[in-house]
Design a protein around this ligand. Structure first.
Ligand code: IPD
Ligand code: CA
Ligand code: CA
Ligand code: CA
Length: 258
């Protein structure tokens, strides 16, 4: 499964890097006028699902751009063909191809390909996380006031206002806040020790499936609201000491609701 995930993500990464039209525009909008999809999102998802159908014909697939296959094997692939579409549209570098495999609901393989950085992050459950073949570990936890925290803003306008308010209240309590524009890249950056933590409200399974496994296999803790698994309400990932302070603080700030 790892080989299949690596090959599918690499092929999509090459297509997206080398095949990006100079006049790339918005093909359609989804949940709001700023929630865009380009022809390249669709082309990359088609390539990945075609690769999976060829190599893993009995597996299920869930893709952001509509791929939905009921498999018979118990394995389901979770695909975000471009995580960071707005960056890709504008020619900014923070975007990645996210491919994960679940077995009976547990993520067992995760790959995030980041072509602009020539980086491939991968993890297999219980076997560590790697960047271009070398093991990665999350950063030793500083105190929260020394922590660099990534976040993101949802495409739903009302939710963005609430998210901005949480960020306004969080920023004096941390070293600084980053908003890269790709949750998958952010989760890999937690794994690689380039961020101390990351949180966002309203992410979907395809945004975090691969990056969550990569972050956990690099020693980070991940979750949702205290005591809950990460999910659409809230996604938090951080090195352990930061996680233990950040997660309850975000809960107190109401980061999980609109
Ligand atoms: C988005 C990115 C972004 C996050 C949004 C996601 P997309 O995914 O991960 O960083 O803030 O919530 O929807 O649409 O570029 O695949
Ligand atoms: Ca999208
Ligand atoms: Ca995404
Ligand atoms: Ca996407």
């Amino acid at each position: 499964m790892l080989e299949t995930a690596l090959a599918a993500a690499e092929r999509a990464g090459v297509l997206l890097r080398d095949g990006r039209p100079d006049d790339l525009g918005v093909a359609a909008t989804k949940t709001s006028p700023i929630d865009v999809v380009t022809e390249m999102d669709l082309a990359a998802e088609k390539l990945i699902t075609g690769h999976l159908a060829e190599h893993r014909p009995d597996d299920g697939v869930l893709g952001e751009e509509g791929a939905s296959v009921d498999g018979t094997s118990g394995v389901r692939w979770i695909v975000d063909p471009i995580d960071g579409t707005v960056n890709y549209l504008y020619g900014l570098p923070a975007w990645g191809v996210s491919v994960a495999a679940e077995y009976r609901g547990e993520t067992v393989v995760g790959v995030v390909e980041i072509p602009s950085r020539a980086e491939t992050f991968r993890a297999v459950a219980g076997h560590g996380a790697f960047r271009n073949g070398r093991p990665v570990r999350c950063r030793p936890s500083p105190s929260l006031d020394q922590a660099l925290i990534g976040t993101g803003f949802n495409y739903v306008q009302e939710r963005r206002v609430a998210q901005a308010e949480v960020a306004r209240r969080l920023v004096p309590q941390v070293r600084d806040i980053r908003r890269s524009g790709s949750a998958a890249v952010d989760l890999c950056d937690v794994a690689a020790g380039r961020l101390d933590g990351f949180y966002e409200r309203g992410l979907h399974r395809w945004d975090w499936a691969a990056g969550d496994l990569i972050a956990r296999e690099a020693g980070a803790l991940t979750g949702g609201r205290p005591g809950e698994p990460l999910g659409e309400d809230l996604t938090v990932a951080a090195s352990p000491g930061v996680f233990r302070t950040l997660q309850p603080l975000l809960d107190a700030l109401g980061a999980w609701h609109d």
